[in-house]
Write a protein that binds this ligand. Sequence first.
Ligand code: HEC
Length: 264
Amino acid sequence: MKSSLFKSSYLFIILFLFSFSNISFSKETNVELLKPSWSFDGFFGKFDRASLQRGYQVYKEVCASCHSMKQLSYRNLGEQGGPEFTEAEVKAIASQYEVLDGPNAEGEMFTRKGKPSDKFKSPYLNENASRAANGGAYPPDMSVLVKARPGGSDYIYSLLMGYEEKVPDNIKLEDGVYYNKYMPGNKIRMAKPLSEGSVSYTDGTKATQEQLSKDVVAFLTWAAEPHLEARKKLGFKSVVYLLILTILVYFVKKKIWLRVEPKV
Ligand code: HEC
């Protein structure tokens, strides 16, 4: 009798582990994606605050000149489970931006300093303007980009690391088009945005291309899934609950069937 409990719990554990194995491939290129170890992966995953803060810096200093993040407000940067900047830091970040507001009593629009409740300022007024500035290509909004691309965080990390000097002979690149190992079709109209030292970190972390890419992708992952930590915590609690329930139910069943003679 005892062994059957063990057997079923083994089965449970094996099924449990299987649900975590996820090998992902870039969709059309069929190249296996790079998979750095993410602090937010796995059952007990959590964001690394310092990495999220550095990631915001990378976004702000590099990506934000082309990519918007329209769904985020500056105050989100101070929320629990995110980069958790202090209230004063969030205010200081927001106030670096000039925001169009109005109309005032005279019916005129005016500009003012940004407030934490303002949405992230977009680099362009609209999609046409952003296409015009990028040779017809549209830099997608990054609010939920990690969710929108197959492969998610791994894909975006791979893309940032996937620029190669040596272009395969069968690929012809037009002006303003770059070779990228992980982009579907291998051609991308975004120049390599990150290389060693693109951003200077103030916390002493070495700004290698890997580190910059990892940090910005962690930041983008949080933006796309701000409640990831809460979700994982709840998941853990539910599994513990179910485990205890399973054990109790097993003993209840044993007790109920105690006096029934087994059929042989
Ligand atoms: C000079 C402008 C510019 C900068 C700076 C820039 N991008 Fe882009 N990005 C683009 C354009 C244009 C596209 C569209 C490319 C295409 O469709 O071929 C793009 C596309 C992308 C894509 C989508 C690829 C896909 O699967 O469609 C990702 C991811 C991306 N950029 C990440 C970043 C990150 C992260 C940064 C900052 C580290 C960044 N970009 C900085 C212009 C830029």
